[in-house]
Write a protein that binds this ligand. Structure first.
Ligand SMILES: [Zn+2]
Length: 387
């Protein structure tokens, strides 16, 4: 082939529906890739491609961005495998939510952030220990919250540390929850970063906690079925709506024990969608009931979150919140990095929540994942029965 006949594009995905909430695109379009970049999005691009993949009937999404997970593998008892449970299931960027603290961050950076292909950022645990072993609350000794250590770690690692995390459950913070929360907010304020607050089984009702939070701070586990969640009976607490109104963000963070289908169904029916739709994957749940981000999305879609809203909350919204939008994460656009997750709907399967309930719904399965333009070696869903 002479140079005049060289195809314009290396790879074109054709026949699929592009769903990119960042640009408001929801249409049957081709996506053309050249090298590591998206070269064009439009119609009739397949005629000029070296390689064509037919994705008819499937949806072409930006590579997913996981807003809350635990991937400090080998060091923390809750650390799930970053690539097997994320990249190889369609997630190209992820935020670890407080598994590492200032004293363990260097290991997190060396063992997880640097060798892993996907982009990893971090909410640094306010306890210098981090969440190393869930049996022992990391703030039961309140002296482990060392403001200077947290600030120094954040300042030295601005490419990774994008916020702080405090787990506010009674078994983690003990009786000093309010002092510890105030100290955490003050350090977050000094660093100019958000604070993520893990709720469920806090010692006080949620409105008491919300009273402290600033715009941009994040409430993790908004659909928890544990005491002190967002509901009062069937209705969303007015203090929760007021907090959202002034800019406090809510993260669904499924987790091993913090997604109740009953709570989610009622909240979604009242229009209360999570700002960030995340899985809270960990070593304790990536083989079920959580599995991965796409399964968490499938569950909330089944409970009433519109498909494009679910995608936006697992792409452009967390990318912006984590400061990854400038690197092109969370969107599909010509000139941007070619991070693409193509999904198909499976037949209906039984999907469990974290409270012993289940629902029957189709599941989103990644059929093709491109990371910087290159196909990722995907792995099958962990919930499939053994053959
Ligand atoms: Zn978590």
């Amino acid at each position: 082939m002479t140079s005049a006949q060289q195809p314009a594009y290396d790879h074109v995905l054709t026949g699929g529906t592009v769903v990119d909430p960042a640009s408001g695109t929801d249409a049957r379009l081709d996506v053309a890739i050249s090298g590591t970049r998206v070269a064009a999005i439009g119609t009739g691009l397949a005629a000029d491609a070296a390689k064509v993949t037919d994705v008819t009937g499937q949806r072409v999404l930006p590579g997913l961005v996981e807003g809350h997970t635990h991937i400090f593998q080998h060091v923390s008892k809750v650390g799930a495998p970053p690539e097997e449970a994320h990249l190889r299931r369609g997630v190209v960027a992820a935020a670890d939510a407080g598994t590492a603290g200032a004293s363990t961050f260097a290991a997190f950076r060396t063992l997880v952030v640097e060798p892993t292909e996907m982009r990893i950022v971090d909410f640094l645990n306010v306890s210098v220990l981090g969440l190393i072993d869930f049996r022992f609350g990391e703030l039961l000794n309140p002296d482990t919250l060392v403001v200077d250590d947290a600030l120094e770690t954040a300042a030295a690692n601005p490419d990774v540390v994008r916020g702080f995390k405090i787990r506010l459950s009674e078994d983690v913070v003990g009786e000093q929850w309010e002092t510890l929360l105030k100290k955490s907010l003050s350090l977050a304020e000094q660093a100019g970063l958000p604070l993520m607050v893990h709720i469920g089984e806090t010692s006080e009702p949620l409105p008491v906690v919300l009273d402290h939070l600033r715009p941009g701070d994040i409430v993790a586990h908004c659909y928890t079925g544990k005491p002190h969640g967002i509901l009062d009976g069937d209705a969303i607490l007015p203090e929760v709506l007021a907090a959202r109104e002034r800019g406090v963000l809510f993260d669904s963070a499924h987790g091993k024990s913090n997604l109740s289908f009953e709570v989610a169904r009622r909240a979604i029916a009242q229009g209360f969608l999570p700002d960030v739709l995340s899985s809270d994957t960990s070593a304790r749940n990536w083989r079920g009931p959580v599995f991965d981000l796409l399964t968490s999305m499938s569950k909330l879609i089944a409970l009433g979150v519109p498909f494009t809203e679910a995608v936006g909350r697992a792409t452009v919204r967390p990318a912006a919140l984590l400061g990854l939008d400038g690197e092109g994460y969370g969107r599909l656009e010509a000139g941007g990095p070619a991070h693409v997750t193509v999904v198909a709907e499976t037949e209906e399967v039984v999907l469990p929540d974290a409270a012993g309930n289940s629902l029957t719904a189709p599941r989103l399965e990644p059929t093709l994942v491109l990371h910087h333009g290159a196909p990722v070696d995907t792995v099958p869903w962990r919930g499939l029965p053994a053959e």
